[in-house]
Design a protein around this ligand. Sequence first.
Ligand SMILES: Nc1ncnc2c1ncn2[C@@H]1O[C@H](COP(=O)(O)OP(=O)(O)OP(=O)(O)O)[C@@H](O)[C@H]1O
Ligand SMILES: [Mg+2]
Length: 239
Amino acid sequence: MKQVVIVDNLVYAYTNSEPVLKEISFTLNAGEKVALMGATGSGKSTLLENLIGLKKPGSGKIWINGLLLEPKNLPEIRRQVGFAFQDANDQLFMPTILEDIMFGPLNYGVPKAEATDKARELLASFGLEAYANRSVHELSGGQKRLAAIAAILALEPDILILDEPTNGLDPAWRRNLAKVLLTLPVQVMLIASHDLHWLGRVTQRALVLSGGRIHLDKDTQSLLQEPETLDKLGLPLDW
Ligand SMILES: Nc1ncnc2c1ncn2[C@@H]1O[C@H](COP(=O)(O)OP(=O)(O)OP(=O)(O)O)[C@@H](O)[C@H]1O
Ligand SMILES: [Mg+2]
């Protein structure tokens, strides 16, 4: 089985504090859709930002499709990995969301007409065609989230990393997003979320962060059958 993401003994600390991530090791294989679970503040976003080189580990190594994560490989790694931030405002910055979605492909040399068609198609698949000429600041929270995901998908990434993709989405859009994600031809998906039932529909494997470590690594459905385990990890299914 092809190993797409390898994380080996990753340690990360914000300045002057105890490490948030302590000796994190795991491998993601081709074909896997993986949930990243963990209580608020457990380090999910920190881990994802390390994976795409936005944060530099104190120690440890990360490989993406055989490329060591280091400055000289970053452009190639960023070409392969699509990352949607927890806060969509960090990602969309053009005058209109149409331009936001075209931005990446244009940057990689896709002709303008093709980039426009693709962007309009993506906007339509997320129900945003009427908002193409609005700026991100004129969208609702859920609409921002969908626009940010559309902008990532426009780049046709091999590896898709999403941080809390269902935040602010109503049940119908959570279902639609699950459908879109399930049909994408990506090698690996890693999704941090508190939306446990949704993760159960989209992912097969779950990594649970607790105490700075991968506390559990098991199939998502089995984990969802263990409400007591989840409760102890600060992830109650029902309350
Ligand atoms: N810039 C920062 N400086 C110092 N500490 C930080 C910084 N950003 C995050 N932290 C701390 O690091 C820990 C992990 O934060 P992180 O955002 O990775 O958690 P998370 O699991 O993504 O949480 P959530 O579920 O709320 O998104 C938290 O205790 C947080 O307070
Ligand atoms: Mg987070």
